[in-house]
Design a protein around this ligand. Structure first.
Ligand code: R2B
Ligand code: URA
Length: 326
C-alpha cells in the first residue's frame, strides 16, 4: 500500500495513536466500548487447548505469548504473494533502524499452516493473506483474534491493504475506509446465526483513519504518495460477488442493463461509497463488535463509473498495492 519508508513511518505514527477504537458514528450498536479481541465465555472451557485449525497454531503447543505477545499491527491482504512481498518490505524498512525479531529465520518465512493463509511476523507486525471474500476473511479474523488474545497482545491495530474498484475517483487513488456498506447500501454485515439473521454495524476506527491520513499528509517519506496519488477517506462497499454483486456487465451472467448498473453505482457514490471490494464490510463489523482498531487502505484499479474490466498492468497494479511508484 504505502511507500517503503512510508510503511515504517505509518506504523510508527499509528502506533503512537489513540489506544481504543472510536467508531465513526455513535449510533446504537452492540459493540463493546473497549477492545478485548474475543468475547466468548466458552473459550475458557477449552482450558488453553484451542486448535486454530486454519492457521495451524494452538496455545497448548506453541508459546504464543513469546511469539506474538508484542504484536501491535496486523496487516492483512488478499494475495499470498503480495503479503510475502509486503513482509520483505517491512523487514527491510524496520530492520534498517531497529532491532527487530523475525521469528523462524533471518528473513520473514511463513508461520503455521500455509494451505489456506500465509502468515509472517516482522517485529511487532503480523502480516497475513486473507484470501478472497468475506467468508475467508471471517475465518482468519476469528483465529487471529483468538491467537492474539492468547498471546496477550495489547490493543493491536488491524489494517487491510488491498485492491478495489473505485467509485468516482481516479484509478490509483487509495481509499481509507471509514465504514463498510453492503450490496443494499446499508451499513450492516448480516449473517444468519442459528437460523436468525444477526446484523452488525460495520464501522472502522475514526482514530486509526485519522492517524493514517495524518501520516500521509505530514511525513516527508510519503511525499511521493501525495504527489502521485490521491488518498481519500470514504465508504467501502463489499460484495459477495466480483461480477453481478458489483454491478459488472462482463460476468458469465448479466440480467440487467448498463443503465441499471450506472443508476446503482451513482446511488452508492451519493451514499458515500468510494470503492468496492469483497471484505471490508465483514472486517469493519468484526472489528467494531470487539472494539478493535481497524481500517482498510485499498488502492483503486479502475473507476467503476467508466468501466468494468480490470486492465491495470501487473507491475503498476502491484506497485499501487505496495505503494511504490516504480
Ligand atoms: C479485491 O480484489 C479481490 C477480487 O479481485 C477481492 O479479494 C477484493 O476485495
Ligand atoms: N477488486 C474488487 O473486488 N473489485 C474491483 O473492481 C477491483 C478489485
Amino acid at each position: 500500500m504505502f511507500l517503503p519508508h512510508a510503511t515504517r513511518t505509518l506504523l510508527r505514527r499509528v502506533s503512537s495513536g489513540a489506544r481504543r477504537a472510536a467508531p465513526f458514528s455513535s449510533s446504537s450498536s452492540s459493540s463493546s466500548s473497549s477492545s478485548s479481541l474475543v468475547d466468548n465465555p466458552n473459550l475458557a472451557d477449552l482450558a488453553g487447548n484451542d486448535y486454530l485449525y486454519h492457521i495451524g497454531l494452538n496455545p497448548a503447543q506453541q508459546d504464543l505469548r513469546t511469539l506474538f505477545g508484542d504484536v501491535k499491527f496486523v496487516c492483512l491482504g488478499g494475495s499470498v504473494n503480495r503479503m510475502a512481498e509486503f513482509a520483505e518490505t517491512v523487514a527491510d524498512e524496520l530492520g534498517e533502524h531497529e532491532s527487530i525479531s523475525v521469528p523462524f529465520g533471518m528473513r520473514p518465512s511463513p508461520i503455521g499452516k500455509t494451505d489456506r493463509y500465509s502468515m509472517f511476523k516482522v517485529g511487532p507486525v503480523l502480516i497475513s493473506s486473507h484470501g478472497m471474500g468475506q467468508p475467508s476473511m471471517s475465518i482468519l479474523l476469528h483465529e487471529l483474534a483468538k491467537l492474539l488474545h492468547y498471546a496477550g497482545a495489547d490493543d493491536p491495530a488491524f489494517i487491510r491493504l488491498g485492491t478495489s474498484g473505485g467509485l468516482g475517483v481516479k484509478p490509483g487513488t487509495v481509499v481509507v475506509t471509514t465504514e463498510g456498506f453492503n450490496g443494499m447500501l446499508g451499513n450492516t454485515y448480516d449473517l444468519p446465526v442459528n437460523g436468525k439473521m444477526v446484523s452488525r454495524p460495520s464501522r472502522m476506527s475514526a482514530d486509526l483513519v485519522a492517524d493514517v491520513l495524518r501520516a500521509v499528509e505530514t511525513r516527508p517519506e510519503t511525499s511521493d504518495l501525495k504527489h502521485f496519488k490521491d488518498v481519500v477517506a470514504g465508504g467501502t462497499m463489499a460484495a459477495d460477488c466480483f461480477y453481478e454483486g458489483q454491478g459488472r456487465l462482463d460476468g458469465a451472467i448479466c440480467d440487467y442493463e448498463e443503465g441499471d448498473k450506472l443508476e446503482f453505482l451513482q446511488r452508492a457514490h451519493d451514499a458515500g461509497v468510494r470503492n468496492i471490494e469483497m471484505e471490508s464490510l465483514q472486517f469493519g463489523a468484526f472489528a467494531h463488535r470487539l472494539g478493535i482498531r481497524a481500517t482498510a487502505c485499498c488502492v483503486t484499479l479502475l473507476n467503476r463509473l467508466e468501466g468494468d474490466q480490470v486492465r491495470a498492468f501487473f507491475g503498476r497494479h502491484y506497485s499501487y498495492c505496495m505503494g511504490g511508484v516504480r
